[in-house]
Design a protein around this ligand. Structure first.
Ligand code: SF4
Length: 393
């Protein structure tokens, strides 16, 4: 995709964004190159407030359940996967997944984000049986699961179309699809980091298109800082904006920086907070058709994560009862609901828990009955998350 450079002054581009006039890919590139951090933040904040309640910032309580770490792919940025046959490979049983769901409910949670490595031996029936069983056992839990690389692999294994696979998963209980596996939607970069075979740019977009055609909402993600150029990040954002124009199916844009420990790409220089906040702000200004933007406290830490709320984000994401993928790459943060609410309120917003689809706010009264019912499920490791004390570090 050819990017037409913009020769407009940064101030004109920002004025357009505030006025609701769509800016071009060249404009977004110019902002990344020349925009002042504070100006970008103030402008992104104005746009954020046009799309969202200016007084409120949201978060959710769900759990990342990585049902398997066995994966046929070997993305260079991934420290989580284990190849088939590896002694550290695992596949969780339905009961083990159920226990994790019960613990999530005990912590006032409303859903799970379930995705794994791409296990070569699992047929479509594994996924549909799992979804049906979870649907039956936990009818109140939102099942946000199976990102495009998993959908692609099932389709290939079963000789089905993406549309057919997603239809079968939806029929079995799938409620939305996470935007994982996007990394950078540009095939040269995907080939370089060995992410092309798991899904090409077009395949990732088409799986999302088919999900939206089935009425399933999905998130859109971007993981950057793998040595790609700024034009490439803008190209990624353009792909997301274009598909959103076509389908309107993305709930949120979630971006974070590559974490390199224990990966095959440790020589890539780290991306720091200034670049993170600028990229967040520019994504909010350029992708003008997605309502919610998340700030990534999981990769940036709690303090920069909180600051993201002033750079275009309206949402802090999940409290992360469990996280295995980023922590495998050396970055590990967790927080209690109380600490999340403290972080949000100390930034000047009313904290509000939301569902996975952002379609409504959740009160403690909504979650109280299930939390009490499953309180026995809290494990020693996660009891601290139920603590009422803020523990900012
Ligand atoms: S990022 Fe996903 S697809 Fe790639 S190696 Fe890791 S688990 Fe497998």
């Amino acid at each position: 995709m050819e990017l037409t450079p913009s020769s407009r002054p940064v101030s004109d581009i920002l004025a357009d964004a505030v006025a609701g006039t769509r800016i071009s890919a060249g404009d977004a590139h110019e902002l990344l190159l020349k925009g002042d951090l504070i100006d970008l933040g103030l402008t992104a904040d104005e746009v954020r407030n046009r799309h969202n309640d200016p007084a409120v910032a949201t978060y959710n309580i769900d759990r990342n359940i990585n049902y398997t770490n066995v994966c046929v792919y070997n993305c260079r940025f991934c420290a989580f996967y284990r190849p088939p046959g590896h002694e550290e490979g695992y596949l969780l049983s339905t009961d083990e997944i159920g226990k994790k769901i019960e613990e999530t409910l005990a912590l006032n949670g409303t859903g799970i984000l379930m995705q794994g490595g791409v296990h070569p031996d699992l047929p479509l029936s594994y996924y549909t049986d799992l979804l049906s069983e979870l649907r039956e056992r936990y009818p109140d839990v939102h099942l946000h699961a199976f990102s495009p690389p998993e959908v692609k692999f099932i389709a290939k294994k079963e000789r089905m179309s993406f549309h057919e696979v997603i239809g079968a998963l939806k029929q079995a209980g799938l409620m939305s699809i996470p935007g994982g596996g996007a990394e950078i939607l540009q095939d040269d970069v995907r080939k370089e980091v060995l992410a092309y075979t798991k899904t090409s740019t077009e395949e990732w977009l088409d799986i999302m298109r088919q999900a939206h055609a089935h009425g399933l909402r999905t998130s859109a993600t971007m993981m950057y800082g793998m040595g790609e150029g700024l034009e490439t990040r803008v190209e990624h954002m353009q792909r997301i904006r274009d598909l959103q124009d076509e389908t309107g199916g993305f709930t949120a844009f979630i971006s974070w920086t590559f974490q390199h420990d224990h990966t095959d790409m440790q020589d890539v220089p780290e991306t720091f907070a200034d670049e993170y906040l600028k990229t967040l702000a520019v994504s909010r200004l350029f992708i003008d058709n997605v309502t919610h933007f998340q700030t990534s406290w999981v990769t940036q830490g709690k303090k920069i994560g909180q600051l993201g709320l002033k750079f275009g984000a309206d949402d802090m994401g999940s409290i992360m009862i469990e996280e295995n993928v980023v922590s495998a790459a050396g970055t590990s943060f967790r927080m209690s609901q109380e600490e999340m609410e403290h972080l949000i309120s100390s930034a000047g917003y009313a904290p509000a828990q939301r569902t996975n689809l952002y379609e409504r706010l959740v009160t403690r009264e909504d979650t109280a009955a299930l939390a009490a019912r499953y309180s026995h499920a809290l494990t020693f490791q996660n009891r601290d998350l139920a603590s009422p004390l803020p523990i900012i570090s």
